[in-house]
Ligand binder design. Sequence first.
Ligand code: BGC
Length: 390
Amino acid sequence: MKKNIQLILAAACFSTLFVACNHASSTKTGSDKDSTTAQAPQIPDSANFKATVQGKQVDLYTLKNKNGVTVAITNFGGRLVSLLVPNKDGKLTDVILGHDGLSGYQIKAETYFGAIIGRYGNRIGKGKFNLDGKSYQVDLNDKVNTLHGGFNGFYKQVFDAKKIGDQQLELTYVSKDGEGGYPGNLTAKITYTLTDDNALKIEYSATTDKATIVNLTNHAYFNLNGAGTPTITNDSLRIDADNITPVDSTLIPTGKYEKVKGTPFDFTSLKTIGADIDKTDDQLKNGKGYDHNFVLNKHDISQSIATVKSPETGIVMDIYTTEPGLQFYSGNFLTGLSDGKGKATYAHRSALCLETQHFPDSPNEPSFPSTVLKPGETYHTTTIYKFSVK
Ligand code: BGC
């Protein structure tokens, strides 16, 4: 018995030393903190996510492929918490902003970190729309407009989770008729699949029992230099779009298309994100930087519609989608949150979002592709984020 206790004490001491050691190497600062040479990033402790919310069990799920690429997802908001991909030195970099535990995601100042966005991605002007002769008013959670599904959008809901093998997670949520003001009982299913070619595939599907509108997306904040590093403005970006849908000062589309050629919005070939971001331009002024829907030239999933490259880690991300639009948001409203993973501070423009979607305010713009879903139809879209190194 005494021997057992001694053994337990020795093991406890050893693990304390090990944790202390690990901690010391992961809190390097200044010049020795290099995204390619620093201690391998860890995914947060799943114990920090275990809780009962709205009567449902919240947890953290991990997917891993044969190359060590690791994705951590919580069923609270269906959020991507970490995404560890190889950098040019063959080590792993965490390219997604997030928090170390559930409480970080339950704050008032919502950032939508990594979340599944529903029922409607981005804004609907004044939160109003008409459908089959009836008018609907949804939550006004973004001054005069609705944003990302309202006050209790999917980003705050607990999904039922089913892990399938080591590389797939299926999340289901039933949004009740009238939730947030939207009509119809909507059953939404999101499947995350990590493939062995280092791609994260997200499939969204939904059905309804009453005519409704749907526009699902994911709100991951990417920083390919590593989450917590200061800026994405030195990364380069390509978006296969000849037009954007310009917006008014409340970020609602004017209904027109605007050519990107000759403007700061021309990303038709790789360009540094910071090259034009501070230029004098009405659209950049409205978005306080890039915060716009790009009208994709092609969206048949077979070709990459956008590429991001990090000069520091050599990580390249390619995006493939079936969606007609891509919201490029340059992290303009990040204000230096200091409760990031591993106590990281997430500064202004230290991440970007590339949200594949239908266009903002489509229910009020008949010329935009329709977001209406009727009973008997199945909404189905797919987006792939694929990682490689250059
Ligand atoms: C929107 C931004 C908004 C951000 C919230 C983006 O999808 O386009 O305007 O501030 O989400 O984090």
